[in-house]
Design a binder for this molecule. Structure first.
Ligand code: UDP
Ligand code: MG
Length: 137
């Protein structure tokens, strides 16, 4: 059993696909173990994406991630980290396999609807970033 952190990004909330994202996870047999909506400050977004601090897209990405509400969730199941990544599809929606979240809903490489932890190390940073243990079912 594994837990991973997923986010419906501001573009996903605006496009009203919060439910569609959760349907894809739940239909795959994964369970939502925690869930809430919030708005990141620019500073919070920079902290969350600190691993990308030296990337050319860091400033633009953290502007985007703090521009509107997001839905954060913990998704749980066997191999949840890699399975959520598979269900999300490639970072660039142009390369995302048909039926993945990003293929179905994303407009470009930055505005790509959804986040998912990419490893156990990042899940261990990202889960407590948003959820105290009392909020995890
Ligand atoms: N991103 C971007 N330009 C790029 C690569 C990534 O704007 O060239 C954004 C995009 O929103 C992506 C996020 O930065 O989801 C984090 O990048 P990462 O490489 O970790 O992709 P992910 O793990 O989200 O697929
Ligand atoms: Mg990533």
């Amino acid at each position: 059993m594994e837990q991973t952190l997923s986010i419906v990004k501001p573009d996903g909330v605006k496009k009203r696909v919060i439910g569609e994202v959760m349907v894809k996870f739940e239909k795959a047999g994964l369970k939502i173990a925690a869930l809430k909506m919030l708005k990141l400050t620019k500073e919070n977004a920079k902290k969350f994406y600190i691993v990308h601090k030296d990337k050319p897209f860091y400033n633009s990405l953290t502007d985007f991630m703090s521009e509107g509400p997001i839905v954060v969730m913990i998704v749980e199941g066997e191999n949840a980290i890699s399975r959520v990544r598979d269900i999300m599809g490639a970072t660039n929606p142009k390369n995302a396999a048909p039926g993945t979240i990003r293929s179905d809903f994303a407009s470009d490489i930055e505005h790509n609807i959804v986040h998912g932890s990419d490893s156990q190390a990042s899940a261990s940073y990202e889960i407590p970033f948003f959820f105290p243990s009392l909020e995890i079912m």
